[in-house]
Design a protein around this ligand. Structure first.
Ligand code: GUN
Ligand code: ZN
Length: 442
């Protein structure tokens, strides 16, 4: 059986109809290794609908899905477990995994007390070990693509690109640019340009990343805008996150937050803005890509994003863990945070299909990657395998709808329900929790 629905809508069951890309027939059996995965397939589709195949197959050649259907034969039998797309986390700070959960007073004091000292030390062997740990944690949580901020040290950027390439994940990666009140000042723009020229590629994009308005001089902001334009690079930054921050931006720059970025040429079609909690109508008209970080916004007492205003703005709204202001790299948790916060807000909050779509295809669209985010021919075989018995409790109605199944995934999924994660059809290493860490004796 298959399910289909309109954009963000409820899934309506329909007959199974295996579909193939046009090139599939000619490709099959010719070049490359073909692997057929079999299981309960569930995915949003780029046409706004959904597919559900209770006994479906995913045919993968050279890491790319070439057909989704109901083939007779398989190489990897994952039944009765669920196969869903990997998540796309559109905002996370690599060095900050180490400070997840430390009690904050507020954004600005948290940055000064915890974040900057931690990032200042994020280089050398320590950066390599912890970046590897970050990627393994990310994959263990079902996230196969992300927009990432490293530390401001170029070495940390090199390491992040190397590992993203090694694992094969699609990513935006950028060092937070700072020349005010922070741990780096000199040569940040020159280094950013060198790094962009060294690393920017189709799958791993170098993102120009002015940390936020308060960490940058006008010259640095302008230089960042010039760099993005000159090399046609994506931009990621924080915007209108926290009342204290916004007050200080107005005080220093004498104009609104978005105007500061606009004047520097940083509001571009592929600029991604994290948070967007305190936005006026005019602000919403100017942003096209948003990373919504509901857990972080609560944790740092920043506020609650206006969900109806965000979705009515026409911007691409995606989800971010914002580690380390988020407690971990679980996009399952982020979907539930968004649900809990907005369901009780005035207006309509997101339903389960909207949340799962935002966590996958929505994130891919926000990052401009057209070859990830869903289980469709032509897309990278990036998927998670969910233990059916962890998602659907015993005694559940046997013929429940795909809508109910999506809801259960959103509300019951977590890393312990994930059996395997594949990127480009390749099985990722198991999560790192087997390595026991001991606290050093003081
Ligand atoms: N604004 C500037 N830097 C940061 C950061 O590291 N985390 C969050 N949440 N907001 C920021
Ligand atoms: Zn952030």
């Amino acid at each position: 059986m298959a399910g289909d629905a309109g954009a963000g809508g409820r899934i309506v069951p329909r007959m199974a109809s295996p579909f193939e890309s046009e090139q599939t027939a000619s490709k099959r059996g010719t070049i490359g290794a073909v692997t057929v995965f079999r299981g309960h397939i569930l995915s949003p589709l780029s046409n706004g609908g959904w597919i559900e195949l209770r006994d479906g197959t995913l045919e993968v050649e050279d890491g790319v899905i070439v057909s989704v259907g109901s083939a007779e034969k398989h190489d990897v039998d994952l039944r009765p477990n669920l196969i869903i797309p990997g998540f796309v986390d559109t905002h996370a700070h690599v060095p900050q995994l180490a400070i997840c959960g430390v009690h904050p007073d507020g954004l600005l004091s948290w940055l000064r007390k915890w974040v900057y000292p931690l990032e200042a030390e994020f280089q050398g062997g320590r950066a390599r070990e912890l970046t590897k740990w970050f990627f393994r944690e990310m994959l263990a949580n079902g996230t196969t693509s992300a927009a990432l901020l490293t530390s401001a040290w170029p070495e940390s950027v090199d390491i992040c690109f190397e590992l993203a390439r090694e694992y094969g994940v699609h990513a935006w990666i950028g060092p937070p640019l700072m020349d005010i009140g922070a741990y780096r000042r000199a040569r940040v723009l020159e280094e950013a340009e060198e790094l962009a020229r060294r690393w920017d590629s189709k799958r791993q994009r170098f993102a120009v990343t002015p940390r936020f308005a308060l960490s940058c001089s006008e010259e640095l902001l302008q230089g960042a805008g010039d760099l993005a334009r000159a090399l046609d690079l994506p931009v990621q930054t924080h915007l209108n996150e926290n009342p204290d921050e916004i007050r200080e931006v107005r005080h220093r720059f004498r104009r609104s937050y978005i105007e500061v970025y606009e004047d520097a040429g940083l509001v571009r079609p592929n600029s991604l803005f994290a948070h967007c909690v305190w936005m006026g109508k005019r602000d919403w008209k100017k942003v096209r890509r948003v990373s919504h970080c509901p857990g972080s916004n609560l944790f740092l007492k920043s506020g609650i994003m206006d969900w109806p205003a965000a979705t009515n703005s026409g911007a691409l709204i995606s989800l971010g863990s914002d580690v380390g202001a988020g407690p971990d790299l679980s996009i399952y948790r982020v979907m539930r945070q968004a649900w809990s916060i907005h369901a009780t807000q005035k207006g309509q909050g997101p339903g389960p299909e909207e949340l799962l779509r935002m966590a996958t295809l929505g994130g891919a669209e926000a990052l401009g990657f057209q070859d990830i985010g869903s289980l469709e021919p032509g897309r990278s075989a990036d998927f998670q395998v969910l233990d059916w018995n962890r998602i659907v409790p015993p005694g559940a109605p046997p013929a429940e709808s795909a809508h109910d199944l999506v809801s259960r995934i959103v509300h019951r999924g977590d890393r312990s329900a994930i059996r395997h994660v594949y990127v480009s059809g390749k099985l990722m290493p198991p999560p790192p929790e087997t390595e026991r860490r001991t606290r050093p004796v003081p």
